[in-house]
Design a protein around this ligand. Structure first.
Ligand SMILES: Cc1cc2nc3c(=O)[nH]c(=O)nc-3n(C[C@H](O)[C@H](O)[C@H](O)COP(=O)(O)OP(=O)(O)OC[C@H]3O[C@@H](n4cnc5c(N)ncnc54)[C@H](O)[C@@H]3O)c2cc1C
Length: 542
């Protein structure tokens, strides 16, 4: 067995891990190692939109809508249902602005507001209807990463060369870059969204001499005298044991790709993880073996997905966050009935899939189908298909609603009735049944017009189409409980010396909620930053 000694050891290489590593190095740790199980770095974070939700961030202070600590906490409390721990929420709201400022002052990780992006439940007490809490990184030139540029995980869904501010979710369609601009960015390898966030974090690591190792799967924590002292890795070429003088940061993502853990812990069907496949709960196991208290285990960052093939023909989970909100589509269950406001926040929508009928003992809304018509496809498109050429085989099409229902095993009469009712309602630009289009959240995610018509429109022009929608997740959000410094707590609520957790591996500060755009990467960055700092400060020589 090989041995090595580090000041701080970080497991994983998503945003939580890289934030922890940069922070540890920046707060005095001389030798910091990042150890990643996959052959690429970046985890799900590099595949993401890259937004971080940070209430009270300093960029907001310069706008017409500054934030306040009290409002941010009021908002989180309103989403809690008793599951958000107030002390952790306070640590999050207090450390978030500090984290943003520290990164901007000390590293290439800089942020700007994603303009006008309201919180996901903007009408809740303390919610923001005007945006400012969601931040993103500007485009980043991947050439600055040298050989690492080719070793970052890639999204199957997000466009590589745009930032959110250039989409309808940010400043809007008017800023969408032209084809020649995109071609220039491609040539210069300028990347946005999660690529920009991870690219900048990676650059910060490389600038500070953080040592990054891929193909290292952490398997066990080592301990002595009641303290976590290091980690054992399976490297493919044998076992490596590494000592950690200051501490070990677990940032290994969730357990969504571990079917047994999903079965044992998660509150209802989670059919399609949309994250990196190496997130199999290794960090959770290590924490449990070390005696950690675990929490929030039933929760995931829920997201409705559809199955589509990638370029290699393999099926993957495409998130229908934007598509299900557009006009001229609804979602129905096997009875052909709508069952929720389709434009609701994607995480909250998970609850609709988990509704169980106590009499029939069936999940009432599974399977679920998105139903739409021809103009929907040409206006909005679905998973890059815009109604041109042959209908892809992952989509069902028919000339009548009755025939469509038959092909999908949906009650035909129910579907016809539902569509008739929907069309009558949307003629008045309202949805009395489920209130779709009444929240600023709904209209924001619609077609860009930001009125009720942004999400309400009839389904009346054949052919008609349907695609099965599945309960997916961006990741799970249960794991070791921590304090506000990212220190893992034991079963008695005491800190386990030398052990930290950040990102989706930890018991999320958000409980069952998703506060706003960046609601998962925000906490990942905040607790990663806090954990790295605290671990560095434990070093004897500092
Ligand atoms: C398309 C898409 C868009 C998204 N957009 C956003 C967004 O804009 N804002 C937002 O807040 N969230 C977004 N999310 C969710 C967000 O990306 C994740 O919640 C977040 O990246 C989790 O970060 P993490 O650091 O905890 O884990 P990850 O980024 O998944 O990193 C975990 C890493 O740990 C590694 N690992 C696992 N086990 C081991 C082991 N034993 N040893 C060593 N390494 C290990 C994994 O290989 C992985 O690289 C999006 C997700 C998707 C799929």
């Amino acid at each position: 067995m090989k041995h090595d000694v580090f000041d701080v050891v970080v497991l994983g290489s998503g945003a939580a891990a890289l934030a922890a590593a940069v922070s540890a190095r920046g707060h005095g740790a001389a030798r910091v190692g990042v150890f990643e199980k996959a052959d690429v770095v970046g985890g799900t974070s590099a595949m993401s939109g890259g937004m971080i939700w940070i209430p009270c961030n300093h960029h907001m202070a310069a706008t017409a809508h500054p934030d306040s600590r009290a409002e941010a906490l009021r908002y989180l409390d309103s989403l809690s249902h008793g599951m958000i721990l107030p002390e952790l929420a306070e640590a999050y709201v207090d450390t978030g602005p500090e984290m943003v400022t520290w990164f901007e002052d000390n590293t290439p990780v800089i942020f700007e507001i994603v303009e006008d992006f309201p919180d996901y439940h903007p009408e809740q007490p303390g919610g923001s209807t005007v945006g400012g809490r969601s931040l993103e990184c500007p485009l980043f030139a991947f050439g600055e990463l040298g050989d690492w540029a080719e070793r970052v995980s890639q999204s199957r869904q997000m466009s590589r060369h745009v930032v959110m501010n250039e989409t309808t979710l940010g400043r809007g369609a008017t800023t969408t870059p032209a084809a020649d601009v995109l071609a220039e960015r491609e040539a210069a390898d300028l990347r946005g969204c999660g690529q920009a966030l991870v690219g900048r974090l990676l650059k910060a690591c490389l600038d500070r001499g953080v040592e990054i190792h891929t193909g290292h799967r952490a398997t066990n924590l080592t301990a002595a005298d009641g303290r976590i002292t290091g980690v054992e890795f399976d490297t493919g070429a044998g076992t490596l044991e590494v000592a950690a003088r200051g501490g070990v940061v677990l940032a290994t993502g969730g357990f969504e790709w571990n079917p047994e853990m999903v079965r044992d812990f998660i509150r209802g069907p989670l059919e399609r993880p949309a994250s990196i496949e190496t997130n199999t709960g290794d960090g959770l196991k290590m924490a449990m073996r070390a005696g950690a208290s675990i929490g929030n285990m039933q929760e995931a960052w829920w997201v409705p997905t559809i199955d589509v093939p990638n370029d290699a023909g393999e099926t993957f989970a495409w998130m229908v966050n934007r598509e299900r909100v557009q006009p001229r589509t609804i979602m129905v269950n096997r009875r052909g009935k709508r069952f929720a406001n389709e434009a609701s926040n994607y995480n909250a929508f998970g609850a609709a899939f988990h509704q169980l009928d106590p009499g029939t003992f069936e999940y009432v809304n599974l399977p679920a189908w998105m139903v739409f018509d021809q103009p929907y496809l040409t206006r909005s498109g679905l998973a890059r298909y815009r109604g041109e050429g042959p209908v892809p085989d992952w989509m069902v099409s028919a000339d009548s609603l009755a025939e469509l229902a038959d092909l999908c095993d949906i009650d035909g009469g129910g579907l016809e009735e539902t569509v008739e009712r929907w069309n009558a309602q949307v003629a008045d630009l309202d949805d009395p049944d489920f209130g779709r289009g009444r929240s600023i959240n709904d209209t924001h995610w619609g077609d860009g017009s930001r009125t009720a018509a942004a999400t309400l429109g009839p389904i009346d022009t054949p052919p008609y189409f349907a695609v099965q929608v599945r309960p997916g997740a961006l990741g799970t959000k249960g794991g070791p409980r921590t304090n506000g410094r990212g220190q893992v707590l034991d079963l008695d609520g005491e800190e386990i010396d030398g052990l930290y957790a950040a990102g989706n591996v930890m018991a999320s500060v958000m409980g069952m909620a998703y506060g706003g755009a960046g609601g998962t990467l925000g906490p990942a960055m905040v607790f990663g930053f806090a954990a790295g700092r605290h671990a560095a400060q434990q070093l004897p020589s500092v």
